[in-house]
Ligand binder design. Structure first.
Ligand SMILES: O=C1O[C@H](COP(=O)(O)O)[C@@H](O)[C@H](O)[C@H]1O
Length: 241
């Protein structure tokens, strides 16, 4: 848990994350001509996305390539759609060419087919030296109160996936199917940033901070990232030391 910062509230967390994200994007664009980012969904990153849109003049959006780390299999205009949230908060407000925004799921798709199509799209990203895995410049991550990251849930078969970069995930209880990038993709990202806010995350954060060695590790504890992860936390998510 090096590289962590604790903020008073979600707004200041999002403000710093937006500044850092634009700086990283601009550096990557200077070095490589483009910036590949995988977005997280859920509630937490929305303020970051809004703040990125508010800073419309601070980067060359035509060089951004947007993917998603995971998705709920609902139409993009559904309130639970990760793509819908990102589009409303950010992507529809900046001039990223629509051909550079790659959503995981469209209404009427079959989750397994959509995952396979997404894997095919990921072939166009920069690859690891062995050619096996796409490399994102930045993967934004959230954390569920059960320790899930992206749509890698406790006890899911997706936790053991080591061949495919994207898989469909059968519905967590009472929910819809999911599509998620798999561990090897997140592990190969050049940068992995966790945004965690809210008191519902406090218990799971305490377990992670204690480095509890569980017989069944939480999904987040199965990550073996090449990059040192960076943590953006709000005060309510952590127990003061
Ligand atoms: O289901 C999901 O949950 C995690 C955490 O979301 P949050 O609402 O608690 O911030 C999120 O990272 C993931 O993208 C999302 O699909």
């Amino acid at each position: 848990m090096d590289h962590n910062r604790v903020f008073d509230d979600l707004d200041s967390l999002a403000n710093t994350a937006a500044i850092d994200c634009l700086r990283l994007a601009n550096d990557m664009i200077t070095e490589r001509g483009r910036f590949h980012i995988a977005l997280s969904g859920g509630r937490t990153p929305q303020r970051l996305y809004e703040q990125l849109a508010d800073r419309i003049k601070e980067t060359d959006w035509s060089r951004w390539h947007i993917c998603f780390g995971d998705e709920r299999c609902v139409p993009p205009d559904h309130p639970r759609s990760n793509a819908g949230m990102a589009r409303k908060a950010w992507l529809s407000r900046v001039p990223i060419p629509s051909s550079q925004v790659h959503i995981m799921f469209n209404a009427g798709n079959d989750p397994e087919n959509a995952a396979a199509a997404y894997a095919a799209h990921l072939q166009s990203l920069p690859r690891t030296a062995d050619g096996c895995w796409p490399i994102f410049d930045l993967a934004l991550m959230g954390l569920g109160s059960d320790g899930h990251v992206a749509s890698l849930f406790p006890h899911s078969d997706a936790l053991r996936e080591d061949r495919r970069p994207v898989v469909a995930v059968p519905p967590p209880e009472g929910e819809e199917w999911r599509i998620t990038l798999t561990y090897p993709v997140f592990n190969h990202a050049r940068n992995l940033w966790f945004l965690v806010a809210g008191s519902d995350k406090r218990e799971v954060m305490a377990r992670i901070q204690r480095g509890e060695n569980l017989s069944t590790p939480l999904p987040i504890q199965r990550l073996t990232p090449q990059a040192q992860p960076r943590w953006y936390l709000d005060r309510t998510a952590v127990i003061p030391s």
